[in-house]
Design a protein around this ligand. Structure first.
Ligand code: PEP
Ligand code: MG
Length: 607
């Protein structure tokens, strides 16, 4: 988290609070730098047949230059922001290599005898319109990328330079209608204190990049741009999703105090990482890390995590153009395993089999996208269809081979299991892969635990049955909340309804834990809610002893665990279950968490 404090006298104008969507935490007081869309506009220029040939050549050169530029941008972004955020440029690169986009532009130049700029602009405008019309938010969110790409090609054709964004002053808060991935990659990060945009949602690229960089960001502010000018004083409260323009002296003083308190709290967390996660009454809580890439394992361990509770392996597919081979899978798992056991200790590595579909990967590649991909062929369903079986088998073989390197470390977890048949089918495929490996004389762990995520109500309601079949459960609240409450987790319009404190969600979690206990089936939680101190108290009170969260949340949780007793958590859980509204439960849990770890809060009331 980056918190810059700009020493400045307040503006004379009245303060205005503008609400948006918080996408990466942090507070900052800074000076506004407005970025306006500089759209290159081109006119339709008709050329002779002969000149059209030259236009095609110019177009192909611009295409090549853009691809080279994107390769360089990917490398730079990967180094500075990590693989996940850099994927955006892989998508851009993929589009420019897509014949169905590139060829029609060439043909348009030839058949209509028009200049290359016009053909490019027309083609991209048409695609953007198609994407914008699509009700699927995954496609709609790509309009900004299409715009970014078309501007890149046009710049190369017109020989113009990209807007310079590297001359920022320290403590700058960028305010824009929206930001393209290329713009965000070009900022001088040492000077950039925060972003605020009028457009965008929780999963927009600005949000992903802001999180990857650890920079406070508020998106979806709707009317911020029209209220600010360059140099205006602004408070960006990304914890609560608010931008305060022209803050008053009192607001500035209040925020400076909060920023200082948060700084001290963060400093205090560095000592906590090395301490055991044991409650005041002596119960050990296992704190594990959620990762998307093998390279994140050292961060998990550095933050005091005791292993990996969720490895989202679909990112092996999302970060590249081609499907990973069995060798790619194996190498990734081996890398994690080696990091986790480097000092001779045996720390768990829970590998979740690919969770593709819904908003990840398949829709952008499908000839006919699904109308409702979150209720469609995603996750384990996708893997079990005949077309995807070879891909799934490849992954299972790689996991098993890696398990042979150090038996007892790797566990396999299947996502989105909604019926017993699915789990049995997946288990059958694992056994099949074991037989093949045995025939080939390759080592594997024959007792590798096979578990499932509980992230749909049908699985939670059938937990008693599943508990007899599986080796472990991990509750995935991110999806469990969306499917229990019928609230799309990526749709900002219903974001206010997406709440893990809904009594229905809590009852499902309680019942899963009870069933697991009866059958001595280990159970954990790996959804985002587990990283909220309020919700973690409830989970411990309901009986969970293993929580898996992003690396940066581990020290926060450790501090909480060490400050509370299980008896206290159980009382909290009992009381929470007695309320019938999500708002009551949320307020109650927040209040309790505030009392237990006041230093984790900043003294403000929750909004
Ligand atoms: C979940 O659904 O809670 C989960 C951890 O999986 P993902 O966020 O990858 O869907
Ligand atoms: Mg999930």
């Amino acid at each position: 988290m980056l918190e810059a404090v700009v020493r400045a006298s307040p503006d004379a104008r009245p303060a205005e609070n503008i609400r948006g969507i918080a996408v990466s935490e942090g507070l900052v007081i800074g000076r506004v730098r407005v970025i306006r869309d500089a759209v290159a506009r081109v006119a339709r220029k008709v050329v002779s047949k002969e000149q059209a040939k030259d236009e095609v050549t110019r177009y192909l050169h611009a295409l090549k230059a853009s691809v080279m530029e994107l390769d360089a941008l990917y490398k730079q972004a990967e180094k500075e922001m990590g693989k996940k955020a850099a994927e955006i440029f892989v998508f851009h690169r993929g589009m420019l290599s897509d014949k169905s986009l590139v060829e029609p532009i060439r043909k348009r130049i030839e058949t209509e005898s028009v200049c290359a700029e016009w053909a490019v602009q027309q083609a991209f405008t048409e695609i953007a319109a198609l994407y914008a019309k699509n009700t699927n938010s995954v496609f709609a969110s790509k309009v900004n990328d299409i715009h970014d790409l078309s501007q890149r090609l046009l710049r190369h054709l017109m020989g113009t330079q990209p807007a310079k964004l590297s001359d920022l002053e320290e403590g700058t808060v960028i305010v824009a209608r929206d930001l393209t991935p290329s713009q965000t990659a070009a900022f001088d990060r040492a000077k950039l204190a925060g972003f605020a945009t009028d457009l965008g949602g929780k999963t927009s690229h600005t949000a992903i990049v802001a999180r990857a960089l650890g920079i406070p960001a508020v998106v979806g502010c709707q009317a911020l741009l029209s209220r600010v000018s360059d140099g205006d004083l602004i408070i960006l409260d990304a914890d609560r999703g608010i931008a305060i323009v022209h803050p008053s002296p009192e607001q500035l003083e209040e925020y400076r105090a909060i920023i200082e308190q948060k700084r001290l709290y963060r400093l205090s967390l560095t000592d906590v990482a090395a301490l055991p996660a044991v409650t005041q009454d002596g119960t050990s809580i296992e704190l594990l890390g959620n990762i998307e890439f093998a390279e994140e394992v050292p961060a998990v361990l550095g933050m005091g995590g005791q292993g990996v509770g969720l490895y989202r392996t679909e990112f092996l597919y999302l970060a590249r153009d081609t499907e990973p081979t069995e060798g790619d899978h194996y190498l990734a798992y081996k890398t994690c395993l080696e990091e986790l056991t480097a000092d001779g200790q045996s720390r768990p590595l829970t590998i979740r089999t690919v969770d593709l579909g819904a908003d990840k990967y398949t829709q952008s590649r499908a000839e006919v996208p699904e109308r409702n991909p979150f209720l469609g062929c995603r996750s384990i369903r996708y893997c079990l269809q005949p077309r995807a079986l070879p891909m799934f088998r490849k992954q299972l073989r790689a996991i098993l081979r890696a398990s042979g390197l150090r038996p007892g470390v790797i566990k396999v977890m299947f996502p989105l299991i909604s019926s017993v048949g699915e789990f049995r089918q997946a288990k059958y495929l694992v056994n099949d892969a074991m037989e093949d490996l045995a025939e080939e004389g390759l080592a594997f762990d024959p007792d590798i635990p096979l578990g499932m995520m509980v992230e749909v109500p049908s699985a939670a309601l059938m937990a008693e049955t599943f508990a007899r079949e599986v080796d472990f459960f991990s509750i995935g609240t991110n999806d469990l909340v969306q499917y229990t409450l019928a609230v799309d987790r990526t749709n900002e319009r219903v974001a206010n309804l997406y709440t893990p404190t809904h009594p229905a969600v809590i009852r499902l979690i309680r019942d899963v834990i009870r069933s697991a206990r009866r059958h001595r089936t280990p159970v954990s939680c790996c959804g985002e809610a587990a990283s909220e101190p309020d919700f973690a108290l409830l989970l411990m009170g309901l009986g969970l002893r293993t929580l898996s969260v992003t690396a940066s949340s581990v020290p926060h949780l450790k501090r909480l665990v060490r400050s509370v007793s299980i008896a206290q958590c159980e009382r909290i859980a009992r009381q929470a279950l007695s309320f019938d509204s999500e708002a009551q439960i949320a307020t109650f849990l927040r209040d309790r968490a505030r009392k237990i770890v006041p230093e984790a809060f900043d003294g403000r009331t929750a909004e």
